[in-house]
Design a protein around this ligand. Structure first.
Ligand code: PRP
Length: 200
């Protein structure tokens, strides 16, 4: 999901299911092509290394799965889970570790895999945490980048698509845990009432 604030506001209306209208922003075909290009770029930079993919749960799972299959060569996976709060105007930037990595990253070529880069607060926290653990290389791949939302001074090494500040779901991104399984990245708009409609 694009922002936790939106997730929270959805949960503030128990029993109320707002009308949700979808528009495809990035089709699965475009995603597939771009993920393949990104994998080629990454493999070119590290032709002989085992690339240790660190997925940030849960949104990155589909992207990581597709990227891993396109990378070729030696690849390993691990996952981390964090939750952040206070991401609004009064942001504290605090991030809480929910599940740490299973194995050490010391001396490894690590690629942090994120579905979306928004304020950048999550990534800033993760990079600081990982740098202390002395990886050989530490790089970041994000599928979507909402550049205009950035608060923290971070950027990805490999970016799929720069997108406008719209509420997006699909291909791993959720709205209140729904729609992660949509093959396309879609913009969702919430109406007052009615049923869910996918128009593309
Ligand atoms: C999203 C995304 C990043 C984070 C980016 O996760 O996967 O981890 O938000 O936001 P930031 O740049 O503002 O810190 P989310 O908290 O929605 O959890 P999810 O991946 O489980 O949906």
């Amino acid at each position: 999901m694009s922002t936790k604030a939106a997730k929270r506001s959805a949960k503030q209306k128990p029993g109320h299911r707002a009308e949700e209208t979808f528009r495809v922003l990035i089709s699965h075909q475009r995603i597939r092509t771009r993920v393949r290009q990104m994998a080629q770029e990454i493999r070119r930079d590290f032709p002989n290394d085992q690339i240790h993919l660190v997925g940030v749960l849960k949104g990155s799972v589909l992207f990581l799965a597709d990227l891993a299959r396109e990378l070729g060569g030696e690849v390993s996976f691990d996952f981390i889970s964090v939750s952040s709060y206070g991401k609004g105007m009064d942001s504290t930037g605090e991030v809480k570790l929910i599940k740490d990595l299973d194995v050490s990253i010391e001396g490894r070529t690590v690629l942090v895999v994120e579905d979306i880069l928004d304020t950048g607060l999550t990534l800033k926290y993760l990079l600081r945490l990982f740098e202390e653990r002395k990886p050989k290389h530490l790089r970041v791949a994000v599928l979507l980048d909402k550049v205009e939302r950035r608060i923290a001074d971070v950027k990805a090494d490999y970016t799929g698509f720069v997108i406008p500040n719209e509420f997006v779901v699909g291909y791993g991104l959720d709205f209140d845990e729904r729609y992660r399984n949509l093959p396309d990245v879609c913009v969702v708009r919430l109406g007052p009432h009615g049923k869910t409609k996918v128009d593309a």
